[in-house]
Design a protein around this ligand. Sequence first.
Ligand code: PRX
Length: 635
Amino acid sequence: MSNYHIKNFPEYFHEYRKSVRNPELFWEEIAEEHFLWRKKWDNVLNWDFTKPEVKWFEGAQLNITENCIDRHLYTNGNKNAIIFEPNNPEEPTEYITYNQLSERVNQFANVLKSKGIKKGDRVCIYLPMIPELAISLLACARIGAIHSVVFAGFSAQALATRIQDSDCKMVITSDGSYRGAKTIDLKGIVDDALESCPTIESCLVAKRINSNISMKEGRDFWLQPLLDEASKDCEPEIMDSEDPLFILYTSGSTGKPKGMVHTTGGYMVYTAFTFKNVFQYREGDVYWCTADIGWITGHSYIVYGPLANGATTLMFEGVPSYPDFGRFWEVVEKHKVNQFYTAPTAIRALAKEGVEHLEKYDLSSIKVLGTVGEPINEEAWHWYDDNVGKKKAPIVDTWWQTETGGIMITPIPFSTPTKPTYATLPFLGIQPALMDENGKEIKGNQVDGRLCIKFPWPSMARTIWGNHQRYKETYFSAFENKYFTGDGALRDEVGYYRITGRVDDVIIVSGHNLGTAPIEDAINEHPAVAESAIVGFPHDIKGNALYGYVTLKDTGESRDQDNLRKEINQMITEQIGPIAKLDKIQFTSGLPKTRSGKIMRRILRKIASRDTSNLGDTSTLLNPEVVQDIMDNVL
Ligand code: PRX
């Protein structure tokens, strides 16, 4: 492909056809023309979904930071790489040029080395959205260490589980973080977590809120003095294309979180190529994705994708509501943001506050709007289109996952006609399939089914850290020879896709993936609880909220139910984090179960959603009498 940018709809179709007829040739041309390799590959692609094994650009050598930083220095060293907009609008913006980014990444990389971090070691990063976060990812990549970023809203216990799972040697954190008007004691959380993490040898601490924290002698080090002493030169470690770049944990339906492993070459090619096309980034543009780098969206579309293109990427520390609901738009106006990428939950929250918050600001710089993380409802889509894009900026509804590494189904702005609530068409090289319950592919249009992908793409996760068997079972066993996404989708009369939501026990709350099992485990640890079941129910702003059905051990005793609810939510906050708190907790006399003892969540979901006109077949239940009782007491 000689054109890096797709320019119109016929060109999309033309390129798409090429990309699926001969995927190897297609990706080889892109990889060859647009990236810096120390050694070319022997093989473009090797794959076998039955094992499953996928290798892209095998035998090639590179360092992703040479692609994200060094190669831009010759032409664009003084261009802004990162614009950092702090939580407090009174604090000055920080502009980091490519030259400065290079120096800061190298210094950080040298600090990592001085603390004994080597190629292949795992480094846990638990930081707020400050420049050190982006820089620490790149510093790990510079020396071939595998970063594992844990979103800084997770609890000590959740952090510890993730550190233990991948045997991290180091954790990078800060004294604390700002979140709107509040501060959060991050170092305290890390201290609690590290009590059960014997593999951690050192902890680097960035100063952000100047709080009084305790530093453990020999383990904890302030970052800045180490950086000040470190050299600004650091030779990149030469990596194989299939060497792991990072681990990122995501929730599953059952069990502990899954450490998705992404490798170097394919991930770089795919995130960079999608970034350029999906956002139609042009030289000089300022691009802003509001996600946190703790999630995959931040990895791929705040850090790696934009920087590989030599783009200017904005990092925002704050929240949309602080100091008021105009903050996003104030930032857009201030930096003349050209591409703006956010989540439906943020759009709904802002829409609720009214357009007066927008009207004060000049949003005319916006060329492309993006959304990601959950299905966008029609009302939110139109609000975004009318008020933010003024009907002039195409909306790219991008469907993808932690596991896919990059955007999979999306319109191409100015090429694909958009349709509210539809992610529209597969990106180049992506071959979706809809499957029926019997495992057969559903052909034709105006159909719905389970969404699978039939052919590998460069940025797909290669395994689950330490558990390849689980990777196989979760993604490659439901449908033969296909990657199963866990989502349902429909295809309309012209072939556009609309994602309808998860078909497993993962619930997406405010764009965050939450598995029901770990939340239920947390609740069941309460001494008064016999058992529990969590389901999602529709929520105006969060998309879904969590509804808990809880059966107590001793129903005879009269308890203060409100107090119990508080205690249950407190346990969830401690074990997972505040994002997993329940909106409603109903105490039940029992939970509807099949004869084999499985909780019938389908019924519970319908009751929580107040959709009880057709509960389906309840005759197979072991205890049908509880259903009426639950319905009578629904909250
Ligand atoms: O259900 C889909 C939903 O988010 C899930 C993936 O979540 P996560 O791994 O956290 O990654 C989120 C950011 C890429 C998917 O299985 N999802 C993501 N984007 C969309 C979406 N659902 C509908 N429309 C989208 N655009």
